[in-house]
Design a protein around this ligand. Structure first.
Ligand code: NAP
Length: 322
């Protein structure tokens, strides 16, 4: 058995969450609060700029948290990843290195680093096993971001190997949910579709346009499920793995996803596929059998997750559109 069902954390231990204003970080704060952790801190960028190594070092040495969860990163869609290539690699390496160095200096015993499914090669067999890491070339558009994430998971792995500290990484699939970014250009697939669907309905149009054939298949995980996976890893020491995939293990066609969103938002027009636009990798789905074998499984169905996200989009006074 590769998991010790003994919490390395007490409910009053200091939990430091970075990136607390983001999609994942805000879900982590909710999850740890709901699990009755009483001592959670999630400093904003204004309180702690993670690009400033001196600030990070004195903050972490001063606080001496029992666990750090790093959900802070420069994140963006395909366009941003491809255009701001140098910023993506420089900022992400700096943020994670500053945190790892400070955590080591403060002898923080537990650390969870969040990577991404884009660390895997472009032409991987599907579903994607953890073993496929570094077996062939990455997707060129987000290579700088992926290289930074691979460096992060390797840093955590080698801190565990050299210093014996409980540093672990999780590789989530595409995420969505409350707190998502609905920016017209920088958003991910689901918030982007929700926003465009809303604009289509409001404009009175009866045609919803989708780039490509709509036949490519992708996997989506509701963000609270990722937070529950982080909580699971925080509370159960996993010794046999250095990192694990997190997802539902199920995928669906983008066209089908758009139609589900249209149904839930009350769109009664038709869907038009622009097949002159590129499709991307035909299928991308994680193999999640290792984390499931340890006892964690996603709970929120796509239907329920979409309902919550659409509701958040419609009712939230202050949507993130950065
Ligand atoms: N979203 C996804 O689909 C997805 C999928 C797989 C993996 N992930 C991973 O999950 C993690 C969180 O992603 P997310 O979607 O929650 O991103 P997000 O919503 O953009 O949040 C990123 C967070 O990082 C903070 N941050 C960035 N640079 C900072 C700096 N220099 N100093 C302090 N804080 C800084 C941001 O603060 P501000 O609010 O001040 O900008 C924000 O709180 C990332 O590691 C990402 O790679 C995300």
């Amino acid at each position: 058995m590769d998991i010790k069902f003994m919490s390395p954390l007490n409910k009053n231990d200091l939990v430091l969450i970075l990136g607390g204003s983001g999609l994942v970080g805000s879900a982590l704060v909710r999850a740890f609060k709901a699990a009755h952790y009483t001592n959670i801190i999630a400093p904003s960028r204004r309180e702690l700029d993670l690009l400033n190594s001196n600030e990070v070092s004195s903050y972490i040495i001063g606080k001496a948290p029992k666990i750090i969860i790093d959900a802070a990163a420069k994140v963006g869609g395909i366009h941003a990843n491809n255009v701001y290539r140098a910023d993506f690699i420089l900022e992400n390496l700096a943020i994670q290195n500053n945190l790892f160095k400070a955590a080591l200096a403060a002898k923080v015993p537990n650390f969870i680093f969040l990577g991404s499914s884009c660390i895997y090669p472009k032409h991987c067999p599907q579903p994607i096993l953890e073993e496929y890491l570094l077996t062939s070339e990455l997707e060129p558009t987000n290579e700088p971001y992926a290289i930074a994430k691979i460096a992060g998971l390797k840093t955590a792995e080698n801190i565990k190997r050299q210093y014996g500290l409980n540093y672990f990484s999780l590789m989530p699939t595409n995420l969505y949910g409350v707190g998502d970014n609905f920016h017209p250009e920088n958003s991910h697939v689901i918030p982007g579709l929700i926003r465009r669907m809303d604009e289509t309905i409001k404009a009175g149009s009866k045609i919803f346009k989708i780039w490509g054939t709509g036949r490519v298949k992708r996997e989506f995980l509701y963000v609270d499920d990722l937070a529950s996976a982080c909580l699971f890893i925080a509370e159960n020491k996993v010794d046999e793995h250095f990192f694990l995939n997190v997802g539902t293990g199920e995928d669906l066609e983008i066209g089908e996803l758009a139609k589900k969103i249209g149904e839930l938002m009350g769109f009664n027009g038709t869907y038009e596929f622009d097949t002159t636009k590129p499709d991307g990798t035909p299928r991308k789905v994680l193999d999640v059998s290792k984390i499931q074998k340890l006892g964690w499984k996603a709970k929120v169905s796509l239907h329920d997750g979409l309902v919550k996200t659409i509701d958040h989009f419609k009712t939230s006074a202050k949507l993130r559109v950065c």
